[in-house]
Write a protein that binds this ligand. Structure first.
Ligand SMILES: [Zn+2]
Length: 256
């Protein structure tokens, strides 16, 4: 089976738009719809026709373009059943484990609540890629707007369990600021130091530091590392429950 082609482009203030394209069938999905015009321009650049939109969560910076795109292309809109009333133009409500097809590419829904109550991620195992919206960022994670720390920790743990080579596409790029915070929590982490250097170089050249991979996040992201003895020691939380350590890292980031 041919690999999915993936096109990432900046949109709005700090969102990323992502298109995924199955070359065998021509099917093309947008991951979220931050706004219509940049997505239509990206489709035109690639010569692709939109067939589907996969919504991760209801926030306006992920859904504002849905209705205009649907009107223009007649595409089918997938999104979390638990946020059905909040997503305009939703056609197919999805839950944990549901199959999602983009042409011949087979995806699977992973429920990842915490940032919002019904947030979902879309995992395409044959292509080793996951689209995580605002649940996981590179060296960061989404704010807990509609969920508590144990809920978000459980969601992040599902993503952390994917194969390490899995590529991760996120809704936003905050990697530089995330590295500056992460170094306050785990300053001696050499993989994190190297990532911070790489991200600063990318930022200086105006290049994205996304996609990332699950393996890179496991090595560098303090929100996936509450089991780190160095982090627990720094927070004065040796031996405490992982969701509690995660929660403390999250609240320190909120105040950073
Ligand atoms: Zn959001």
């Amino acid at each position: 089976m041919a690999k999915l082609e993936i096109y990432q482009f900046p949109t709005r203030a700090d969102n990323y738009g992502v298109l995924i394209h199955d070359p065998e069938t021509g099917a093309t999905a947008a991951i979220d719809a931050p706004e219509a015009d940049p997505i239509l321009a990206a489709l035109q650049d690639k010569g692709w026709t939109l067939t589907d939109i996969l919504i991760t969560h209801h926030h306006a910076d992920h859904t504002a373009g849905v209705e205009a795109l649907k009107k223009k292309t007649g595409c089918t809109v997938y999104g979390p059943a638990r946020e059905a009333g909040l997503i305009p133009g939703l056609d197919v409500e999805v839950k944990e484990g549901d199959a999602v097809a983009v042409g011949n590419a087979k995806g699977r829904v992973i429920e990842t609540p915490g940032h919002t109550r019904g947030h979902v991620s879309y995992y395409f195992p044959d292509d080793a890629v996951v689209f995580v919206g605002d649940t996981l960022f590179s060296v960061g994670c989404g704010r807990l707007l509609e969920g508590d720390a144990p809920t978000m920790w459980s969601s992040l743990s599902k993503l952390a369990a994917l194969p390490p080579e899995t590529e991760v596409y996120c809704g936003h790029e905050y990697t530089g600021a995330n590295c500056r915070f992460a170094l306050t929590v785990e300053p001696e982490n050499e993989a994190l130091q190297a990532r911070a250097k790489e991200v600063a170089e990318n930022d200086a050249k105006g290049l994205p530091s996304l996609p990332t991979t699950i393996g890179l996040e496991l090595a560098t992201n303090p929100f996936l590392r509450p089991s780190s003895a160095a982090i627990q020691h720094r927070l004065g939380m040796e031996g405490q429950a992982l969701d509690a350590v995660f929660g403390e890292v999250r609240s320190r980031k909120d105040r950073f």
